[in-house]
Design a protein around this ligand. Sequence first.
Ligand code: HEC
Length: 258
Amino acid sequence: MRKNYIIVSAMTIAGALIMMSSSGGRNDDRTGAPSSNGNCSSCHTGGIQGTSVNIGVTEKGAFTPLTSYQAGKTYTVTIAVLGASSSKGFQSTVLDASNIKTGTTANPTSGSRIISANSRDIVVQSSPSLTGAWSFEWTAPASPTGSVTIYAAGVAANGTGSDNGDQGAVATKSLTLDAGAKTATNNLVSMQVYPNPCSDVLQLSKAADQITITGITGAAFPADISGTNINTLNLPQGFYYLKWTKGNETGTIKFQKN
Ligand code: HEC
């Protein structure tokens, strides 16, 4: 009984040491991001494990690698530390262009956890990993300001429980902001047509990617376009809706054929 108690205490102390130590994940910012406290190679040196770090991003539940993100969506960020080692660790954080924490970091996979350091959410290993693969979820802010960058630092250690004979590496991955389909709030400003009413030609203020013309009852009419000119000679007299798209913008303008 007493013997068991001693073993349990010893395990608790060992566990506590692992949690406090570097192998159980550091509690300061060593992501290698701007204004971090350096990276793993600040201490882990002298090894030739051939360490490299890969960062992958997909939409949550999907498998297509992404280089952009959209407001409010949740993504799965995968960190892989590669190298000849059975004792690997990492840190990763997502920052905006001003190097400030952005979005929400959650659900780190088993063997990792989220700490708060340097006003950032940082995902770290909770114990040295054999596979060196972890993932977590990142939800983009509802009103993003622009590109974000994922920073990651990793170590492939030699498993001797020191920072000697190990090799670190860092990686970054930037995601541009994909604004998605955006409805023009003011059709008059972003696209104009003239003359309105028109007779044989309706002119657009700028070339559109796509134009559709429908009558006010919804019937479609062929849009005979050349550059910014629409040939309206063959349109019957009446009112029409011109729906246009250009890049991320779209709008509808009502015009009249005399
Ligand atoms: C300030 C120095 C320092 C920095 C920076 C540091 N470590 Fe460590 N690390 C240590 C020391 C000392 C040990 C050995 C004692 C221990 O486990 O805490 C260690 C041990 C480890 C181990 C277990 C090593 C083994 O041989 O099994 C891993 C894994 C590890 N660190 C990962 C990391 C990662 C990942 C980073 C960067 C995000 C990092 N460390 C940054 C000092 C550091």
